[in-house]
Design a protein around this ligand. Structure first.
Ligand code: NG6
Ligand code: CA
Length: 530
């Protein structure tokens, strides 16, 4: 058979599949709850169902058994803030300035007037809850945050009915939790002051006061000392509001369960975003998880995260909600070992492969940076125990869920694509193109089995952290082209062998840089490995 006939046949089959899905889609039930469990820095290979041996993750493995696991799912960027920005807005973060890793006193980077994932869900009748790591800024641009008053805008102004958050990360001040824009347990007589410039008179720093530290820093993290841990940034006051790192996983999980209980008794459909602090630094497992893995403290906090998953899924079970809940579990970026504290993650890693079969991790344009676990469970609709090779980006949740709730409506999001058939396991086809982002404007493009990294783009190789103990090179003249099907580790640059493919992908990347992808790009025409 001629190639053209093969392609026409393929198109015909795909169109038939698409049409039958379109019919089915109109009859899909609406989930009673949507729960997004979002880990921090959890790598592709860190959980049992994606190959980890030394870290027991029974609850996550159970989700995979009951649902659908993706092998070609990506976070938008290889660090936190931009990935979360994309998840919320459905826009590639590199289109906007100021979407890099934020300090803890940054202003909110999402315009309160724009459509967001939670606002879209609100408009379809869902109550929306944000719990855990935020890291998208608080308050207005150009205004210093007053931590002693209600802070607005906060998650509640971009689509969450309620929020219970860490402003930024566990390693950044302020080390307090905020409920609906108010610092929890704050004593008004001990107001909080934050500075990312200089320390407050009389307060110790972690650089010169190592005796105060229960966990030593390895790079950065030597400013304020809170709970015996050096942080990024300086903080004064708020003593009664300070969190205890070892308790944080329990505190936010308890809150998540309370929300589930409340929504279930009110019989309200709800969206819960549970953004764990684990397995980001500082890694501080609760005593009951110390030694729970064979990979040291980094493995132990992964087991702790798995336990949060156990408790959240148990709460859904308790209310009979499991069958009708669309639950998604993923991570904001790839793994890192030493990310600034001497927690022996490198020494204790043993033969564990945090990025699974992929190379490098957090901060990198290589696959380890953004290829992440992505599991979807919805027993009423998704057949259990499936795996999907569909190419998807987390930010596609926005457009896909919009289609689920309003079949046929036009996409409200710029770069988020409707990959609902893939997300529900009805098709093995997702995006045709996906732009991979490490940090800043460093971009690469994925299409089918091909990945192209343009000339000059920084390539960080290694898993130990920022520019620390990693090999940094640049993509060579003519760029780097990898065949991820045969070479998932990106070891063989075949750009010279396929200049035509490089040219095509470079042009496509430039086109997407200039404008959002058109609907035509999202058609399911060719199988991934073509
Ligand atoms: C880096 C921090 C790192 C981590 C990261 C953000 C240093 C030396 N490194 O600047 O520890 O906090 O920012 O991680 O301070 S993320 O997952 O939130 O993007
Ligand atoms: Ca992260």
């Amino acid at each position: 058979m001629q190639l053209t006939s093969v392609i026409s046949l393929l198109m015909l089959f795909t169109n038939i599949a698409f049409l039958s899905f379109a019919k089915e889609k109109a009859n899909l039930p609406k989930p009673k709850a949507i729960v997004l469990i979002y880990a921090d820095d959890l790598g592709y290979g860190d959980v049992g169902c994606y190959g980890a041996k030394g870290i027991p993750t029974p609850s996550i493995n159970k989700l995979a058994k009951q649902g659908l696991s993706f092998t070609n799912a990506y976070s938008t960027t290889s660090v936190c803030t931009p990935s979360r920005y994309a998840l919320m807005t459905g826009e590639y973060p590199w289109r906007q300035k100021g979407t890099g890793i934020l300090p803890g006193d940054a202003a909110l980077i999402i315009d309160t007037n724009r459509t967001t994932l939670p606002k879209m869900l609100q408009s379809h009748g869902y109550k929306t809850y944000m719990i855990g790591k935020w890291h998208l800024g608080l308050g207005r641009q150009g205004e210093k945050i007053n931590w002693n008053k209600t802070i607005s805008p906060c998650p509640n102004q971009i689509g969450f009915d309620e929020s219970f958050i860490f402003a930024a990360t566990g390693d950044r001040v302020p080390c307090v939790l905020l409920e609906n824009g108010n610092v929890l347990n704050l004593d008004p007589n001990d107001p909080i002051e934050i500075s990312y410039q200089k320390n407050f008179p009389g307060l110790p720093n972690g650089k010169d006061n190592k005796d105060l530290l229960k966990m030593m820093w390895s790079h950065g993290h030597n400013q304020a000392v809170i709970n015996g841990i050096g942080r990024i940034g300086f903080m004064k006051g708020g003593k009664s509001a300070l969190w205890v790192d070892e308790d944080n996983a329990d505190v936010i999980t308890k809150k998540a369960i309370e929300y589930i209980d409340k929504s279930a008794s009110a019989k309200e459909p709800f969206f819960l975003m549970f953004a764990a602090h684990d397995i980001h630094v500082p890694r501080t497992p609760h005593q009951r998880f110390v030694g729970a893995s064979k990979c040291g403290i980094r493995g132990d906090v992964t087991v702790q995260f798995d336990d949060c998953v156990r408790r959240i899924t148990k709460a859904l079970d308790k209310h009979g909600l499991t069958k009708d809940t669309l639950l998604i579990l993923s991570s904001d970026n790839g793994p890192v070992l030493d990310d600034g504290y001497q927690d022996f993650a490198v020494r204790d890693n043993a033969s564990h492969k945090p990025a699974g079969p992929f190379r490098a991790g957090k901060y990198s344009i290589l696959e380890g940076g953004t290829r992440i676990p992505f599991i979807v469970r919805w027993p009423a609709v998704i057949k259990p125990g499936q795996s999907s090779t569909a190419l998807i980006n987390q930010m596609d949740l926005a457009a896909s869920l919009e289609q689920l709730l309003s079949p046929g409506v036009s996409n409200s999001f710029k770069d988020s694509q409707n990959v609902l058939p893939a997300i529900l396991g009805k098709s093995q086809h997702g995006r045709e193109y996906h732009v991979i982002n490490s940090t800043g404007k460093s971009l690469a493009i994925r299409h089918g089995k091909w990945k192209y990294i343009p000339e000059g783009v920084v390539i960080r190789d290694g898993i130990n952290g920022g520019s620390f103990q990693v090999k940094i090179t640049k993509s060579p003249k003519g760029g780097s082209l990898f065949n991820l099907k045969d070479d998932p580790k990106e070891l063989h640059n075949v750009a010279k062998k396929h200049p035509d493919i490089c040219k095509k992908l470079e042009a496509k990347l430039n086109e997407i840089r200039r404008r959002p992808q058109s609907a035509a790009d999202t058609r399911d025409l060719l199988p991934l490995d073509d």
